[in-house]
Design a protein around this ligand. Structure first.
Ligand code: PGA
Length: 258
């Protein structure tokens, strides 16, 4: 982390977990446990139907609510889809885009790029995910792959909007597997992402960009990961479903930085 130049963000990704009623119960519990003071930004990205309950519960707090996906079109005949205007009106602040689980369902780099543009246009914060498979890592193409994913996701974004973008590095082999990247492995790729952002948007913007690590980050390994200079927070799946674990990670983000 480097709090001097950029924001720290601890973001939960609930995936397809919790009902609206469970959301209300979770938020009530979390609210009572949240550390006082303004340490870092906190986000919880939840299933679409849980957004109203989450927003209502967290209204008076510094926890921003987010969605896990959206459609890039403003409105129209897209059965089952949700627009950025709907998310904004519902009180969302963040949207996760390009998660590997959605890419595995067929989402393309071009679609992700269109979504990033739509989300920025709506004034929401995109959390843009990238990450390599174990096979790609073992064949030595991680750097090339991540560079390509970032360049395609951020193509055509005007420089002045780039600072709002949060990038999450999530190695696919670490997601939901309990197999976390080592702090060195995670730092290496987050540093590379910052180099790519620098080439796209210049050094000032790159220095101000929040880059997260995700993939089995939990209350036990968060401190060490967050101690890395280019890891500005976490995108947390499993551990964000349990208030005590999520709060411990938030507390771990409150460590001295260089
Ligand atoms: P995990 O999920 O923390 O359960 O590995 C992270 C993610 O997919 O965002």
């Amino acid at each position: 982390m480097n709090r001097k130049y950029r924001k720290t963000l601890i973001a939960g990704n609930w995936k397809m977990n919790k009902t609206p009623s469970e959301t209300k119960a979770f938020m009530t519990e979390l609210k009572a446990m949240l550390p006082k003071g303004r340490w870092c930004d906190i986000a919880l990205c939840v299933p679409a139907v849980c957004i109203p309950a989450a927003v209502r519960a967290m209204r008076e707090t510094r926890v921003g609510i987010g969605a896990e996906n959206c459609n890039a079109n403003p409105s129209g005949a897209y059965t089952g889809e949700i627009s950025t205007a709907m998310l904004t009106d519902a009180g969302c602040k963040y949207v996760i885009l390009g998660h590997s689980e959605r890419r595995a369902m067929g989402e393309t780099d071009e679609e992700i790029n269109a979504k990033v543009k739509a989300v920025l246009e709506a004034g929401l914060v995109p959390i843009v995910c990238c990450g390599e498979t174990l096979e790609q890592r073992e064949s030595g193409i991680t750097e090339e792959w991540i560079t390509m994913q970032i360049k395609l996701a951020l193509a055509g974004i005007p420089e002045e909007k780039s600072r709002k973008i949060v990038i999450a590095y999530e190695p696919i082999w670490a997601i939901g597997t309990g197999k976390t990247a080592t702090p060195e492995q995670a730092e290496e790729v987050c540093q590379l992402i910052r180099v790519v952002v620098r080439k796209l948007f210049g050094s000032k913007n790159a220095r101000a960009t929040t880059i997260l690590y995700g993939g089995s980050m939990n209350e036990k390994n968060a401190y060490e990961l967050l101690a890395q200079p280019d890891i500005d927070g976490g995108l947390i799946g499993g551990a964000s479903l349990v208030p005590a674990k999520f709060v411990k990670i938030i507390e771990d983000a409150n460590q001295p930085t260089a």
